[in-house]
Design a protein around this ligand. Sequence first.
Ligand code: MOS
Length: 745
Amino acid sequence: MENYFYDPEFVSYLDRVDGVAKVTGTAKFSAEYDLPNLAYGVMVGATIAKGNITAINTKDAERSPGVLTVITHLNCPKVPGYQPKEGTQNDPSKGFRVFTDAAIRFNNQPIAIVIADTLERAVHAASLVKAQYKKEVSHTDLDIEKKSGKALEGGAYKDYVRGNADAWKNAEVKIEAEYHMPLEVHNPMEMHAIIVNWDSNDKVTVYEKTQALQATQQSIMQAFALKEENVRVISKFLGGAFGSAFNTWPHSIAALIGAKKIGRPVKVMLSRDQMFTNVGYRPAAIQKMGLGATKEGKLTGISHEAIAMTAKYQQFTEGIVNASRSLYNCPNVFTKYKVFPLDLSVPTWMRGPGETTGAYALESAMDELAYALNVDPLQLRMINHAETDLEEEKPYSSKFLKEAYQLGADKFGWKDRHSTPGTLKEGEWLVGYGLGNGIFTAWRGASKVGVKFGSDGRLTISSGVTDMGPGTATAMTNVAAETFGLQARNIKFELGDSNYPPGIFQGGSGTTSTLGTTVFNACNTLKKKLTELIKDNPIFHTENIHIVKMEDLVFEDGFMFLATERSKKISFADAIKNAGIQQIEFVEESKGEDEKKNYSAFSYAVHFVKALVHPETGVVKIVKVVSSVDAGKIVNQKTAESQIFGSVVGGIGMSLMEEGVIDHRYGRWINNNFADYHVPVHADIPSSIEVLFVNKPDPILNPIGSKGMGEVGLVGFAAAVANAVYNATGKRIRELPITPDKLIS
Ligand code: MOS
């Protein structure tokens, strides 16, 4: 492939370009912009899960010191593009638009915003808003709804059949099991926050926590009927998001309404408890697996049925059963996906959406099958390795899963595993080894970047993309440095502003692939333009070369060298100066993938986990993790490793701790705080986490050879832990999280 820059010897360890700003506190997050005359908004939530507001007392709040306004459905100014459709008011099945009707769709649904001159005054006044309700019976329990409720219908819920759906039932060896996964919440460290500043009646600037700069801009434009150039969204730094920051949530619209009404800038930051109910979560799921195989371990049938949940007012679907169609080489596959609407807030994408849930079931079931067959679990995966994608009937763009198995197994010491549970001990602790596979779609979308290269020798690339933490600016600086041949210190990658050319949302593991392609292409455009400037320069002329072409040159360290005679050179900066111009400036655009039409593209991971289980107390300690990943070429070793470290931490939370608990009598969260909703702390994380990359480029997906890695590090991890726990104890825990009570009961 032309312009293909993979160099197996080269691994980039470039430090995060924004690292110093982050650790010294100069990085500004959305809540941190200090605008003159800033007012503070606090959301008031409903205290019932379903019904209608019959009366709402805002008088005490309005009279409270410093209060500027209280907005409810009774006095909310009409927002032109944000009204319920004719005749759908108060119909909770027809969506949710904040302050447009009296209907309550979920507990803690915003029913008012109180805006005051200080945060403390706003918090106090918000506590004085009291609503009366006409309650209706709410349904929030998936276990009950799956029996007595009605699943949604439509194209997204069509069964998938390949070959014979029931083949697994007639297999020589089969297993059948049901797995439960609870609600989980993103809970990034940084709370969702927005600051709204109306520059005029039809022009607004917002500082918003968002993974999707353009989508945020579009939704504000639509709601308030504004022109694109009159909506500016700034989102320079995010303290994590994991999928919670794609939507323009109701509190953001409320802040926009409030700021407009009072004619002052307004900040709204959610409280931690509101983070559980107002910005999405990973839906709970109940999954039934059936696997069948020959005595030798060849899969003959897979059946995967998933039941999940959404809100009654809005549908959310994700690919829970998809991994079961493509991860293994199996001719007969059946998948079913049913979603029940509940009286809860709407779920949303959460790291490895769908696949993470599905792989927990599939990879646990594969372990159960390995035991039923008496085959090593790694061996079972090797036997069933898929050489082509049987679902799409296409070859893979690249697949180095076997290499990942090998790397990981060697590093982890998988051969030391005892297959019989309970036979390996360290002191009084039982020792278990487990593994789980991860898979996630790889893809490439369209994006634009703005490029400026000046006579000072500095390159600035800008794009309307945001970075929730993986290190997008660093990765893009890497790609530019390698492709253009310029030191990273002379490159600046600007992001987080909708005034820049539109980039892509950050999510679905597609940012580096998408934006990296455009940066790569931009650097090649730049090389062409520089070549054009010096093509007649006599310093490069030789007997054979009278007009210099790009192919004659090597671009390195900010210089163009004649490839055949390296003493003939000119700096990029001099090339510009000599041409008598200030800078080269242009916008580079890349379309989405075409190449992929004929290929199927995935990233892969395999997670090896060593767990200790205390037989008396049921305490599980993860003491060693090796995650081995095929994500194509690694653009930056440090940020890539950090992505997977983060997944491991998230995966430990998912497997051992995280569980949203709702009191179904009231449809109300019980553990909507960090004291009761447990996430890992430092002591829960093993000192030995090894991240390995196959680091072989994908030749199809994009010119840099990378695939995605934001999601795949989490997919399959929880199963690896559950499998390790089984290997240690002989207890198969089919319900996450694996808390001590389940092990000692
Ligand atoms: Mo991710 S769920 O695409 O933030």
